[in-house]
Ligand binder design. Structure first.
Ligand code: NAP
Length: 314
């Protein structure tokens, strides 16, 4: 099968021919039709996470994918050939990922039937970003009428977080530049903070001197996230998706500071599929690229020359 893989950490991703994976007795063998790009794909390829995971080369990249079940292992009872599924196909121990013609995933793993109203090119953009957004809202215990600032709201995680927080009845402040203002408001934001006008923290403090209930921070590094935490009133919660917080710091004595690690499950993917089919959650895809062009696109993203939720057509 064709796959996009690396032969060592830091190497350029390339299209290679590899044997199709063998499904274990509990696994689905899926013909992947589309793969969704996430920033973690390039973090893994760079070697930044090599001490936290087992791995082997050649390593197929990609976590998220969507396609059709072609065969199932002998123990599989909940899926059958022909089912259209979406989920996470990364298995670094076996060098497997979603940027390939075939992938495998356990029936008990992060896989579910695709949202009925979506095609694979849309569904592949959902799993990691929307599961993370869901976990942000759950972890924050956000309630109706509370105010949350989402820093990095226009990206994959941010867009879903804006929608799911608004669905909870929260007032959402989204960080976004003017070109994304309309999209953010359609998704449920009631206020926008544009980082290119003045620092986000300054704008929000001016408008909310009594403090916010929650901050979801998807971008601030460790040396600047304290400015965002300072926007909370006592009892508020700040959550980082990039591990920027030191929860034991005295700076966070009166608030909850959480570094989130997403825990995607098949059950959660089914919940998200229902929300999508109910019109309560949508995914805005910035670009779709054919498989042959994906290695070049990944190089562009790594060099900072591309943005947005991107899907690779396989
Ligand atoms: N911990 C976990 O389990 C977990 C799970 C999922 C994701 N993550 C991490 O969370 C981060 C966000 O993921 P994603 O998929 O949403 O990424 P993404 O799609 O690349 O989105 C990042 C967003 O942040 C914006 N941004 C960049 N610099 C900013 C700044 N200084 N201030 C405000 N906004 C800024 C970008 O806007 P522009 O395009 O305008 O620059 C973009 O909209 C990534 O680092 C990812 O690896 C962690």
């Amino acid at each position: 099968m064709r796959a996009i893989a690396i032969t060592e950490f830091g190497a350029d991703p390339e299209i290679v021919q590899l044997p199709a994976p063998e499904p274990a007795p509990d696994e689905l063998f899926v013909r992947i039709r589309a793969a969704g790009y996430n920033p973690v794909d390039l973090k893994i390829a760079s070697g930044a996470m090599k001490n936290t995971m087992p791995y082997r080369f050649p390593m197929i990249l990609g976590v998220d994918g969507a396609g059709v079940v072609e065969a199932v292992g002998v123990e599989v009872t909940r899926f059958k050939p022909g089912d259209e599924v979406y989920g996470r196909f990364l298995d670094t121990t076996r060098g497997l990922g979603s940027y390939a013609e075939y992938g495998v995933v356990s029936q008990d793993g992060p896989v579910a039937l695709m949202p009925k109203g979506m095609i694979a090119e849309q569904a592949a953009a959902v799993p990691t970003a929307s599961c993370t957004a869901h976990d942000l809202v759950e972890t924050s215990r956000l309630d109706t009428g509370q105010t949350v600032l989402i820093v990095g709201a226009t990206g994959g995680v941010g867009q879903s977080a804006v929608q799911l927080a608004a669905l909870r009845g929260a007032r959402v402040i989204a960080s976004a530049s003017p070109d994304a203002d309309e999209l953010m408001r359609e998704m449920g934001a009631v206020e926008i903070a544009d980082r290119f006008v003045s620092p986000i923290a300054e704008q929000v403090l001016d408008r909310h001197p009594d403090g916010l209930d929650a901050v979801f921070d998807l971008v601030s590094p460790a040396d600047s996230i304290e400015q965002m935490a300072d926007l909370l009133h006592p009892g508020g919660v700040i959550i980082s998706t990039i591990h920027s917080l030191d929860p034991s710091s005295p700076a966070y004595r009166e608030i909850r500071a959480v570094n989130l690690l997403v825990k995607p499950t098949g059950q959660l993917l089914s919940v998200l599929a229902d929300l999508i089919d109910g019109g309560q959650l949508r995914v805005h895809i910035e670009s779709q690229v054919p498989f042959d062009q994906a290695p070049a696109l990944l190089r562009d993203i790594a060099n900072g020359h591309a943005r947005g939720k991107t899907v690779i057509k396989i």
